[in-house]
Ligand binder design. Sequence first.
Ligand SMILES: [Zn+2]
Length: 98
Amino acid sequence: MVAMLPAWTATLDTAIAAGGQIRVWCSSCRQNRDVDLVALRDRVGGFYSLRNRRCRCRLTPGCPGWNEFDYLNGVFRPLREIEVVEWRLHRFRSAVGG
Ligand SMILES: [Zn+2]
C-alpha cells in the first residue's frame, strides 16, 4: 500500500498545529532548506496548501530549476499526490501487460 499524504499536510494551519516539518528543495541546484511555516502563513494565510506545489527556484539567484516540497515523516517524502496516481497507473499497466 502507498500511504496517502498525512492529514496535517493539508494546509499551513494544520501543519503548524501538528508541529509538522516541511522542506523546500531544488531539482537543479540541489539546495534545500526548512520552510518557516509560521512566516509563510503570515504572508499567504492559514488555508494555503503546499501540496502538489512547484515554483521557480528561490534558493539560488539565477537558478533555472524548480522548487518542490517534502514533508517529514520519519524521512522526507514528496508532498505530492501525483506520486500515488503514477504508482497506481504503473500497477494497472503491469496488470494488463502493457
Ligand atoms: Zn535551484
